[in-house]
Design a protein around this ligand. Structure first.
Ligand code: AMP
Ligand code: ZN
Length: 490
C-alpha cells in the first residue's frame, strides 16, 4: 500500500519533491498554530485539517511521526509586520479580562474544534509563554551578528542573511506595501524579535530581557519552539498561505542566523527542509473575518444542523493548494456525499462475511489500494482519494472482509470516522439547533401519512405533510439517498 514515492510541493522551491526524511524512518513536522485571542474561524480550521492529512499520510506511509502544533498566547500583532497592537492584549482590554483567562478559554474552544473535525492530537502542543526563556536565549545568541536595538525593541536586520524573502518570492509591491515603517529601521522588512514595553505602560504579559521589559516577537516564537522540540533541520513546516509572505520568511531568516547557515540553495539552511502551505477558504460576504461580529466558526455550522465532519469532507474535496469557496449549498452537498459513504459502509457491515483462507486482498481490491496510494502520494490528492474510496465501496467484490479492511485503511488517512458505531446516517440528517420537533414525532407523523397514502386518503396525507412543513420539516418523497425528511431553521 505504501509503494508510490511520496511527492510534496515545497513552497521554498515551488516544486514537487520526493519526501526524503532528515532522520531515517522518521517525519518531524511543525505547524503554526492558532493565536488564542478569539474563536478560530473555519478557514483557520482548514489549515489544521490539511496538517492532519499530511500527518496521517506520513504515518500511513510508515514514517514515525512527531507533529508539533504551537499555541500562540503572546506576541501576535494585529498586523503580521510590526504595526498594530498585540491581539491578546487588545482582546483582554476589550473584555476587561485577564489575558491568561482569554488564552485558556479560546485554547479550549480551538481544541473542541480539533476534536470535532477528527484532527489527530499532535505529539506536542507547544505554548508560547512556556518558551519565553528559550526565546530570550535564542535572541541573545543571534543578536550580535544579526540584530540592532531601537527604542521600541530589538530588530532583526534582514540584510545579514542570504536570500531573505526567497520563500515569498517576495519583494513584490504587495509584500513591501504590507510592511509598516518603524522609525530607525535599517531595511523596510526588518522585524522586531523583542518588543519593549513603552515607558509608562505595563502589559499584562511582559518579561525581563537584556533589551528591557517586554514581550517576544511572534516570528521568534515559532523558530524557537520548532527548533527546541524538533531540532534543526526538521522535515516539514506548515501553515496557511498568508504565512508564506512574512511570518515564514522571517522564521527562516532567524533559523539561518541561529544555524549559522547561508543561502537557501541548500534547503536545510532554512531550518525545515520542506515548507508547505494550504490555500485559503474564502467566503465572499466577509463572514470569515473575526472582526465581523458573527463569523463563520464551526459551532455556527453545527447550530445550523450540519455535522462537523461534513466540513472536513468539504476540505477533503478540494486539493489543499486550491482556494476553496465556502457556501451553505457546498456544505450540504459535502454532507450528502458523506452520508452516501456512511450508508455504503453500514450496508457492508451488515453483509455476511464469507469465510475464505486469508490470501490478502484480491486483485480488484489491490488495484483500488494502489490507486488510493498513488493519489495521496501525489501531494495529498484528497479529491482523487475520495473517488477511489467511493469506487471501492461500490465495487462488486465477494471478498467482504478484505473490502472492509481496505476501506478502514483508507479512512485512517481520510479521518471520516466511517467505522465508529456511534456515527451513523442519522447523525447526518440536517437538524438545526433551533428546530424543536423530535425525531420520533416526525417518524410517527410519517407513519400515519404512509397509512393514509396506502388507503388512498390523499387529503389526509397532504394535511399531515402541511403540518410537518409548518414545523420546519421538509418531506422528501422518493429520495434515493433515504433522507426522507430534513429540518429547516425554525
Ligand atoms: P491565526 O490564528 O490567525 O494565526 O491563523 C491560524 C492558521 O490559519 C494559519 O496557518 C493561517 O495561515 C490560517 N488561515 C487564516 N485564514 C485562513 C483561511 N481563510 N483559509 C485557510 N487558512 C487560513
Ligand atoms: Zn508560526
Amino acid at each position: 500500500m505504501s509503494d508510490a514515492p511520496l511527492m510534496l510541493f515545497n513552497s521554498l522551491t515551488r516544486q514537487l519533491e520526493p519526501f526524503v526524511p532528515v532522520h531515517e524512518g522518521e517525519a518531524r513536522v511543525y505547524t503554526c498554530g492558532p493565536t488564542v485571542y478569539n474563536y478560530p474561524h473555519i478557514g483557520n480550521m482548514r489549515a489544521y485539517v490539511f496538517a492532519d492529512v499530511l500527518g496521517r499520510t506520513l504515518s500511513f506511509k510508515g514514517y514515525k511521526l512527531t507533529h508539533v502544533i504551537n499555541i500562540t498566547d503572546v506576541g501576535h500583532l494585529t498586523d503580521d509586520a510590526d504595526a498594530g497592537e498585540d491581539k491578546m492584549e487588545k482582546m483582554a482590554a476589550q473584555h476587561a479580562q485577564s489575558i491568561w483567562d482569554i488564552a485558556e478559554h479560546y485554547k479550549q474552544a480551538y481544541w473542541a474544534d480539533v476534536r470535532a473535525l477528527n484532527i489527530r492530537e499532535p505529539a506536542q502542543w507547544t505554548v508560547a509563554t512556556d518558551y519565553v526563556p528559550a526565546m530570550i536565549a535564542f535572541a541573545r545568541q543571534i543578536a550580535p551578528a544579526h540584530c540592532y536595538e531601537l527604542d521600541s525593541g530589538l530588530y532583526f536586520d534582514v540584510s545579514t542573511v542570504a536570500d531573505y524573502g526567497r520563500l515569498a518570492r517576495a519583494q513584490t509591491e504587495d509584500g513591501e506595501g504590507r510592511i509598516e515603517a518603524v522609525e530607525g529601521k535599517r531595511n523596510a522588512a526588518d522585524f522586531a524579535i523583542w518588543r519593549k514595553t513603552p515607558p509608562g505602560e505595563t502589559r499584562q504579559m511582559e518579561w525581563d530581557s537584556p533589551w528591557g521589559r517586554g514581550a517576544p516577537g511572534w516570528h521568534l516564537e515559532c523558530s524557537v519552539m520548532s527548533g527546541a522540540v524538533l531540532g534543526f533541520p526538521f522535515d516539514i513546516h506548515t501553515g496557511g498561505i498568508d504565512h508564506r509572505e512574512i511570518h515564514h520568511p522571517n522564521e527562516i531568516a532567524q533559523n539561518q542566523a541561529k544555524c549559522c547557515t547561508n543561502g537557501l540553495d541548500v534547503a536545510e539552511n532554512s531550518g525545515a527542509k520542506v515548507w508547505m502551505h494550504n490555500n485559503f477558504l474564502v467566503e465572499r460576504s466577509g463572514k470569515m473575518s473575526k472582526s465581523s461580529g458573527e463569523f463563520l466558526r464551526l459551532q455556527l455550522l453545527i447550530d445550523k444542523g450540519y455535522h462537523p465532519l461534513a466540513y472536513r469532507m468539504m476540505c477533503l474535496q478540494a486539493h489543499y493548494r486550491s482556494e476553496l469557496e465556502f457556501s451553505w449549498e457546498g456544505l450540504q452537498a459535502a454532507q450528502t456525499r458523506l452520508k452516501r459513504i456512511v450508508m455504503g459502509v453500514e450496508k457492508l457491515m451488515k453483509a455476511p462475511a464469507i469465510k475464505r483462507v486469508d490470501q490478502g486482498p484480491t486483485p480488484d481490491i489491490q488495484s483500488k489500494l494502489a490507486e488510493f496510494d498513488a493519489a495521496i502520494s501525489d501531494d495529498l490528492n484528497t479529491p482523487l482519494a475520495l473517488t477511489v474510496l467511493e469506487s471501492l465501496i461500490t465495487l462488486q467484490s465477494l471478498d467482504i472482509d478484505q473490502k472492509k479492511t481496505s476501506i478502514r485503511k483508507m479512512d485512517e488517512f481520510l479521518g471520516l470516522n466511517l467505522f465508529d458505531p456511534n456515527f451513523t446516517r442519522a447523525d447526518l440528517r440536517i437538524r438545526p439547533k433551533s428546530a424543536e420537533i423530535a425525531d420520533q414525532e416526525i417518524e410517527a407523523a410519517l407513519a400515519r401519512r404512509k397509512e393514509a397514502r396506502a388507503a388512498k386518503d390523499f387529503a389526509m396525507s397532504d394535511a399531515i405533510r402541511d403540518e410537518l412543513i409548518a414545523q420546519g420539516v421538509e418531506v422528501m418523497d422518493g429520495d434515493p439517498l433515504g433522507w426522507e425528511w430534513k429540518l429547516g431553521e425554525a
